[in-house]
Design a protein around this ligand. Structure first.
Ligand SMILES: *Cc1c(COP(=O)(O)O)cnc(C)c1O
Length: 367
């Protein structure tokens, strides 16, 4: 049975082939352009099951041109980071949540199951081998990109008989440079990122490839990201590739931090989940997973009930939202709570302190 985890590859079987020549590490680079020396690959086939995992020098893949990941998008990915603390130790942030999200995406893509703990251990070994790539800076990190593709070499639209799971690592620069700058969003109901019964809750490449066209149209309107709306009532769902939060005084006059519920069209972000858990623990205001519509937002803005709005995700962690262009109107979102520390700054600091080991937490996993 392909979905029996006892059939998974095992980290004890890892074969490691080190690169004979290590690359020089450039100082500042664009995200996702410079990769480390090694990669992890694990092959699977329906006849032989999982092969031994393999860490080897980063190299091009060789794929059959009929490969069904290329034709039908049978693939998925994950994204998380390894942080170097003040103590120089390397930490991952809640990596088992990435493993289980990846397993969910794999199930939805009809790709084979694997043991999540074994994959994490293989990734840990890869990071350990390429540890010198993790920046010594507090504001930069190394990004981990697990990828799982069908390598089925035939054109039938069917469950893959061959697959490749691989993991690559790349530099992720400082996000503090842009942290202070609030982004602008373009909201137009003519585009939809995800729909009920679809795959918007899985990190599958197609979701992102499909969003590019709208992303460039947002640029034509002078905006940086798309605010994805859903349904007749223009529900607010996500901002670009981030989950979205509204800190406001709700219709009942209560201070509330709200984000849309995980109903299938929202990607279950680990940053999202962590923000919900942290703020619920503070107990300072109501924390709610509820539907938010553009008309609710517009009337809250008119009545000055909006405190802050922000996106969340591994890439930038917390990203304040400053403007929304919606049906020809330019909505100004307040970014500052005059009477206290901004929620965005406070959350950024709390999460950064955990990731860098300054606040001890069982959310971190040492490499
Ligand atoms: C990855 C992703 C997020 C954020 O998830 P994190 O686990 O917090 O990085 C949010 N929305 C979309 C569409 C995503 O792909």
């Amino acid at each position: 049975m392909a979905d029996d985890s006892t059939q998974s590859f095992k980290a004890v079987d890892l074969v490691v082939q080190l690169s004979p020549a290590l690359k020089t590490k450039p100082h500042v680079v664009d995200f996702g352009t410079v990769f480390t020396d090694h990669m992890l690959t694990v092959e699977w086939s329906v006849t032989e099951g999982w092969q031994a995992p393999f860490i080897r020098p980063l190299a091009n893949l060789s794929l059959h041109p009929a490969c069904s990941s290329l034709h039908y998008g049978i693939q998925l990915f994950e994204g998380f980071k390894v942080y170097r603390g003040d103590d120089s130790r390397l930490r991952l942030f809640r990596p088992m949540l990435n493993m289980s999200r990846m397993a969910n995406s794999a199930k939805r893509a009809c790709l084979p199951a694997f043991d999540q703990t074994e994959l994490l251990e293989c990734i840990r070994r890869l990071v350990e081998i390429d540890q010198d790539w993790v920046p010594r800076s507090d504001s930069a990190s190394l990004y981990i990109r697990p990828t799982f593709i069908s390598t089925e070499p035939s054109l039938g639209v069917k469950r893959p008989g061959r697959a490749l799971l691989y993991v690559i690592l790349c530099q992720a620069g400082s996000y503090f440079n842009s942290e202070a700058d609030a982004i602008s969003l373009w909201a137009d109901p003519k585009y939809t990122r995800a729909w009920k019964g679809g795959t918007g809750d899985c990190k599958m490449g197609g979701n992102y490839g499909c969003s590019l066209f709208a992303q460039y149209e947002a640029g034509d309107y002078g905006c940086q990201q798309v605010l994805w709306l859903y349904g007749q009532d223009h529900q607010i769902t996500e901002a670009g590739t981030m989950n979205i939060f509204l800190h406001w005084i709700n219709q009942d006059g209560e201070e509330e931090l709200a984000t849309p519920p995980l109903d299938g069209i929202i990607l279950p972000g680990i940053t999202r989940r962590s923000i919900l858990e942290l703020t619920r623990k503070w107990g300072e205001f109501k924390v709610t997973e509820c539907y938010l519509t553009m008309s609710q937002l517009c009337s809250a803005l008119k009545q000055q009930r909006v405190k802050e709005m922000f996106g969340s995700g591994t890439a930038c962690m917390i990203c304040p939202i400053g403007h929304i262009v919606y049906l020809g109107e330019n909505l100004h979102i307040p970014c500052r709570d005059k009477h206290s520390v901004k929620l965005t700054s406070r959350l950024t600091k709390e999460l950064t302190d955990i990731q860098h080991g300054r606040t001890p937490s069982d959310w971190t996993f040492e490499v």
